[in-house]
Design a binder for this molecule. Structure first.
Ligand code: ZN
Length: 267
């Protein structure tokens, strides 16, 4: 399947990561949130290979570089276009964990999740968004493998990341994800935008409080609340001198140490 030109550019040239805080240029126009230092496509590919071979869930980067990974779960959905448009306009990068049934659920979004792939990386978030720790072996296969294949067909990119719904995992889940050659990605910061009744101000505060080098931030692609505060979240990333990267770019640029990985402890 042919790739869109932006996705192809990402795969071939990788992302840009700056080591220093950025300032507004002429006319007050801010430089892209992804800065001048490159991580190549080959480096992200190798980093994914390495972390798949380790088989541990990833909660964060190493915290040694000024980079954060914003992640958006549960799409595609009604806000996909706006979220992608905002990120693109800001020059930001992100990772999208796709629920396979939503691809069929939003047939009017013919380009999903190809569209998300133009501003970052795509991951598998199961077919039906179920708790995998109570799934049978057959269900586990369906939720992990069939969804991976459908998302690959629709996005045109290899799916090498997986996020278990609700963060619910056990050894069987971990092994299945590793067997399907994906890295299991959790998070170090929960925006709590998935909870009913969380206000935009609270979502923004939760993210701001957790923004530090190496953070993986959990948000959702299908929440109007998150969409409304996304410009402020991106501004907060800038204000802290941080740069947005995808999860594969985080693993290449600022990998967690073996002890962070084994303990699941980010600090
Ligand atoms: Zn989810």
């Amino acid at each position: 399947m042919a790739l869109g030109w932006k996705a192809a550019r990402f795969l071939h040239h990788g992302a840009r990561i700056a080591a220093t805080p950025v300032a507004a240029g002429p006319g007050g126009r801010l430089p892209p949130l992804a800065g001048p230092q490159r991580v190549t496509g080959a480096q992200t590919h190798n980093a994914l290979d390495r972390f798949i071979s380790y088989g541990y869930p990833v909660y964060c980067g190493g915290g040694t570089k000024p980079v954060v990974a914003l992640t958006f779960d549960d799409g595609p959905g009604p806000y996909t276009q706006e979220v992608v448009g905002m990120l693109r306009q800001a020059g930001a990068r992100a990772t999208f964990f796709i629920v396979a049934k939503e691809i069929d659920g939003w047939p009017q979004l013919a380009n999903e999740p190809r569209q998300e792939a133009t501003v970052g990386a795509i991951g598998d978030h199961t077919w039906d968004h179920v708790d995998l720790t109570s799934a049978t072996e057959d269900e586990l296969q369906h939720e992990v493998v069939d969804s991976q294949q459908l998302i690959e067909e629709h996005s045109g990119v290899a799916v090498r990341l997986f996020r278990p719904p609700y963060g619910r995992r056990d050894l069987l889940v971990d092994r299945e994800i590793q067997a399907q050659e994906m890295v299991e990605v959790l998070w170090s910061v929960d925006s709590q935008d998935g909870e009913n009744g969380t206000s935009g101000a609270e979502v923004l505060q939760n993210v701001e409080d957790g923004l530090r080098p190496g953070a993986i931030v959990l948000m959702h692609e299908n929440r109007g609340t998150t969409l409304r505060v996304l410009p402020q979240i991106l501004a907060a990333v800038r204000a802290k001198g941080l740069h947005t990267v995808t999860v594969p770019e985080l693993l290449a640029a600022d990998p967690p140490s073996m002890s962070q990985l084994k303990s699941g402890n980010c600090h």
